[in-house]
Design a protein around this ligand. Sequence first.
Ligand code: NAP
Ligand code: G4F
Length: 323
Amino acid sequence: MPTALVTGVTGQDGSYLAELLLGKGYQVVGMVRRSSTVTFERIQHIQDDLIIVQGDLHDQSSLVSILEEHKPDEVYNLAAQSFVPTSWSQAVLTGEVTAMGVTRMLEAIRLVDPKIRFYQASSSEMFGKVVEAPQRESTPFYPRSPYGVAKVYGHWITVNYRESYGLFSTSGILFNHESPRRGLEFVTRKISHGVARIKQGLAEELRLGNLDARRDWGFAGDYVEAMWLMLQAETPGDFVVGTGETHSVREFCEIAFGHVGLDYQKYVVQDPRFYRPAEVDLLISDPARARSMLKWQPKVGFRQLVEMMVDADVTRIGDTSRV
Ligand code: NAP
Ligand code: G4F
């Protein structure tokens, strides 16, 4: 039975990845950071099947101890400060976790067992002010936020440990992926949750920022499969993962409100508070390499994703208001 360590197991992707790995017969070690309240909402349903260990990407010796004790074959480094706006208000912390945290884990692997296969959760935010469209593995980076800058560091240190020490360290450059488990502050979930609240009469408007930003949005459940496939490949590398389609925040609103019979124009209010100091206007992937080398392709389309998220929030809010 192979063993996998998943950092960020309490996050959106961590929960889907842990489910996938358990289904494949892995022993799954989930790293969580110490907190005064429990943050296990997304993994409650599989908690008993996981080995939960305490560790923090700030703390090198906790990473070394976990690797020594649990001897994983694969490490998926999903932990990060992942919310772009927070990276301006907490730029140093974002660099410590999202950038230096990667080096701490790679160093721990190099010292404890260099045969461990390593996955780094890189991001399409690295393309930022894009220099070509669509974006592929060879597209130069131009990050537009402290988060994007930190991810560029995490990407290159992953490449560097592959080239310097021969580690099996792979960088998955994933475009935006969403689900009913997405954090409430990200725009897709903010919209699906807002739609559900308005539909239930609990809110009258939804305040958003830039409606013209375009993203390549896919379903998180599909993307964790690509992560696993990357670590089963013969050689490590860099892989762009996305749908190859792009849609605006406005289109997302149109479908989400339309799905419950509402017109978004009557409810969405543009609020300068949600504009960013520097915006990423357009992201669209060219996932040809993942398609040909990993035989990966997404199963859930854009409209299906939007409707799945709205339906989940309508049900959730309906259940809460009946209690
Ligand atoms: P998420 O829901 O925000 O989850 C982040 C996880 O990191 C949480 O489990 C969080 O723990 C943990 N964490 C934060 N700081 C930590 C620290 N210092 N030490 C240990 N754990 C820490 O993010 P996600 O959407 O699942 O994304 C997973 C990864 O993929 C992230 O690295 C993200 O940057 C990257 N990524 C995401 C997307 C996307 O569209 N979702 C696209 C490209 C790349 P708590 O629960 O305790 O907060
Ligand atoms: O949902 P978002 O906050 O995601 P963003 O910034 O694209 O980052 C996400 O995807 C990255 C991959 O490209 C990940 F690496 C990262 O960890 C994260 O998961 O914002 C999407 C777009 C932005 O252009 C933003 O300006 O939506 C626009 N937007 C408009 N109104 C808003 C809002 N974003 C948020 N969060 N809230 C708004 O009210």
